[in-house]
Design a protein around this ligand. Structure first.
Ligand code: AMP
Length: 283
């Protein structure tokens, strides 16, 4: 399996491989791969001639240096996991210097306000970092199709917005959320949870499913109050936000509009580990 650590080598290789008829599928990740990532990679493999997976913990999207330091880095294991599904995948695992040169900074983007909601509100600068790295990676890999998980639904909408605003020629494909058997959304951060907290974290998806039922005859504001109470009564869990927003602009639902699709979004600290999840709650 080919593993590149330098962008110049990867671009040279890809230029030698691609022709008009070959498509490149691209899956950007930060590594510590789990079945959620693997499902994206399988999707790319099925629908493209060439599949590139990047593994890069992007410093500019972390607003908390401790979180960046603690982020799991497991490159050798990741490569083994990818090999198990196909040795045809091309892995790109660059250094921070190779990507950013000497200026580890993000570009400032205007995502029409989507960047100011939820994750953007609680992680200042996060989406500038995401936009910066994804744009850089798109320029290097030049994919026809790029795969992103609905687990990070706001990120998915941000990327779609960036592609539209900057006229980038790439299809953005959203992929469904993979969950552990107890419903907890798979995440590289789950590795930092104790066995007990990992089990207890089932409460997050359980509450999202309950939201879907509650939304049939309660307002978003009423459900938010129930969320606050539920997590206040759960030891070692701290609710950062719970919001019901429309899927397109990610604005909070003040009054239900039948023409809009809604999602419930949640961010919770479970024993100090930040977990996010979301669910479609429209019929
Ligand atoms: P990350 O490595 O966390 O940056 O994630 C890389 C990609 O995998 C992103 O597009 C995520 O949305 C996606 N992803 C992460 N967790 C899951 C999951 N549980 N199910 C589906 N996709 C996921």
């Amino acid at each position: 399996m080919l593993v590149f650590s330098q962008k110049s080598k990867l671009t040279t290789y890809l230029a030698s491989q691609t022709s008009e008829h070959k498509t490149i599928g691209f899956v950007p990740t930060m590594g510590a791969l789990h079945s959620g990532h693997i499902s994206l990679i399988k999707n790319a493999l099925k629908n493209n001639n060439i599949t590139v997976v990047s593994i890069f913990v992007n410093p500019t999207q972390f607003n908390n240096s401790d979180d960046l330091k603690k982020y799991p880095r497991t490159l050798e294991k990741d490569i083994e996991k990818i090999k198990k599904i196909s040795d045809k995948v091309i892995v790109f695992a660059p250094s921070v210097e190779d990507i950013y040169d000497k200026s580890v900074k993000s570009v400032s983007f205007d995502f029409d306000g989507i960047e100011n909601q939820m994750e953007g509100k609680h992680r200042p600068g996060h989406f500038d970092g995401v936009g910066t790295i994804v744009k850089k990676l798109f320029e290097i890999v030049k994919p026809n199709n790029a795969y992103f998980g609905e687990k990070d639904f706001q990120q998915l909408q941000i990327i779609k917005k960036m592609v539209a605003k900057e006229n980038l020629i790439v299809n953005i494909i959203g992929c469904e959320i993979l969950r552990e058997s107890n419903g907890l959304a798979m995440s590289s951060r789950n590795e930092r949870l104790s066995k007990e907290t990992r089990e207890k974290s089932a409460i997050i998806f359980k509450f999202l499913k309950r939201t879907k039922v509650l939304f049939q005859n309660k307002s978003a504001q009423e459900i938010s109050k129930i969320a606050a109470k539920t997590f206040k009564n759960t030891n070692n869990f701290e609710l950062e936000y719970f919001e019901i927003c429309d899927e397109e602009k990610l604005l909070p639902c003040l009054r239900k509009n039948k023409l809009k699709k809604y999602r419930a979004f949640i961010a919770v600290y479970a024993d100090g580990v930040r977990l996010i999840d979301n669910i479609s709650i429209s019929e």
